[in-house]
Design a protein around this ligand. Structure first.
Ligand code: 13P
Length: 338
C-alpha cells in the first residue's frame, strides 16, 4: 500500500471524517459577524483551538483542514496548531487554493486560482506539518443561463488535475473538491446530470496529470435539489441518487469520499450521510468533510458564552459524534435527541 493511500485511509477509517476549519479570513469574518463576535486573529484562533482540543478529535476526526493563518498560529499551550491536532491522533491538512475568481468572459462563473508558486507553498506547508491539502472548484447551476458552461467545467477540472499532481509530488494527499452548488431552483435530476459531467471531466483531468487515484480523497456535493426548488425530495431519494452518481462516475481506485455539507442544516447533512451509508454497497468509504454542519451549533453556543470552553466543546463533541455515527450508518433520531 502506498504512503498516500495510508494517509487517506487513516483520515477516513473507523467512522472518522474531516473537520473543514479552513474558512478564509473573509468567510470566517462573515461567520463571526453573523453571531456578533469581532473577527480578530485572537478570536478566530480561540474558537478553532477550542474545537481542536475537544474530546471528539480523538474519536471522530481523522483530519482537520486549516487555513494559512491558522497553520502558522500557536496554541495557548505554546504548541503549534499542527502539533495540537497531531496530539489527538488527527492529521493536519491545509487549503491551498487562493479562492474562486471571476472566469474571464463568463456569465457569473468562477475559476479557482492558486497554481502559481504552489510547489514552493506546498513545501512550506509540509514543513509546518500538513500531510493533506484541499482545493475547491465551484460549479453554479442555472437553467436560464445554461450553467455550468463547458469553459467553467474544463478550466476548473484542469486546475484540480494540476493541483493534485503537485500535491502528490510533495508527498501529500490532495482532497479534490468539485462543488456543484445547491443554490438555485433546479430539481434533483439536474444536480445529478451536472455532477456527473463535472466528475467525469475532473477524473479525466486527474488521469491526464498522472495522479494516483488511490492517493486522493474526493470531496463532492451530495445529489440534492436546488435550495429554491419547488420539487422537494425525501432523504431516501437523496441517498439513492448520491450513491448511484458516485458509483457510476468515480473510479474504483479512489479509497474514500468525504462529502461537503454545502449549506444543508446539521441534521439534514447527518441524516443524508446516514442513509447513504445504510445503503452503501460500493467499496468507497463514505464519510464527511463538513465545515458548517460540524461547527454551526458550537459557534452559536460559543458566541453566547465566549468563556465557556467546556460547553462549546460539548456542543462540538455531540455534532462530531452524530456525524461519525452517520458515517457508519448507525445514526438515529433517538440518539440525536437523547
Ligand atoms: P461546508 O461543509 O460548510 O460546505 O464546507 C466545506 C468546505 O470545505 C467548503 O469548501
Amino acid at each position: 500500500m502506498s504512503e498516500l493511500n495510508n494517509i487517506a485511509l487513516k483520515i477516513l477509517s473507523n467512522g472518522k471524517g474531516i473537520l473543514a476549519a479552513d474558512e478564509s479570513t473573509g468567510t470566517m469574518t462573515k461567520r463571526l459577524n453573523d453571531v456578533k463576535v469581532p473577527s480578530t486573529p485572537e478570536n478566530r484562533l480561540l474558537f478553532r483551538e477550542t474545537l481542536f482540543s475537544s474530546e471528539a478529535m480523538k474519536t471522530c476526526i481523522g483530519g482537520v483542514i486549516l487555513y494559512d493563518e491558522t497553520i502558522k498560529q500557536n496554541s495557548s499551550s505554546k504548541k503549534t496548531i499542527p502539533e495540537l491536532i497531531s496530539l489527538s491522533g488527527a492529521i493536519p491538512g491545509i487549503k491551498v487554493d487562493t479562492g474562486a475568481k471571476k472566469l474571464a468572459l463568463s456569465n457569473d462563473e468562477t475559476i479557482t486560482e492558486g497554481l502559481d508558486g504552489l510547489r514552493d507553498r506546498l513545501k512550506e506547508y509540509y514543513d509546518l506539518g500538513a500531510r493533506f491539502t484541499k482545493w475547491r472548484g465551484v460549479f453554479k447551476i442555472s437553467i436560464k443561463n445554461k450553467l455550468p458552461s463547458i469553459e467553467s467545467i474544463n478550466a476548473n477540472a484542469h486546475a484540480l488535475g494540476r493541483y493534485s499532481a503537485l500535491v502528490q509530488e510533495a508527498k501529500m494527499v490532495p482532497v479534490v473538491e468539485p462543488e456543484v452548488l445547491m443554490d438555485g431552483e433546479h430539481d434533483i435530476q439536474t444536480c445529478y446530470q451536472v455532477t456527473k459531467m463535472v466528475l467525469k471531466e475532473t477524473f479525466n483531468q486527474l488521469s491526464n496529470s498522472n495522479v494516483k487515484l488511490d492517493g486522493i480523497i474526493l470531496k463532492p456535493n451530495m445529489i440534492l435539489p436546488g435550495s429554491n426548488s419547488s420539487k422537494k425530495v425525501t432523504n431516501e431519494e437523496v441517498a439513492q441518487q448520491t450513491l448511484k452518481c458516485l458509483k457510476e462516475n468515480v473510479p474504483i481506485e479512489v479509497p474514500g469520499i468525504a462529502f461537503l455539507s454545502g449549506g444543508q442544516t446539521e441534521i439534514e447533512a447527518t441524516k443524508n450521510l446516514n442513509l447513504i451509508n445504510k445503503h452503501n454497497d460500493s467499496k468507497f468509504i463514505m464519510s464527511y468533510s463538513y465545515g458548517r454542519a460540524l461547527q454551526k451549533s458550537a459557534l452559536k453556543f460559543w458566541s453566547n458564552d465566549i468563556k465557556n470552553i467546556k460547553g462549546t466543546q460539548n456542543t462540538f463533541n455531540h455534532r462530531a459524534k452524530m456525524s461519525s455515527l452517520a458515517a457508519q450508518g448507525k445514526w438515529s433520531e433517538e440518539i440525536e435527541t437523547k
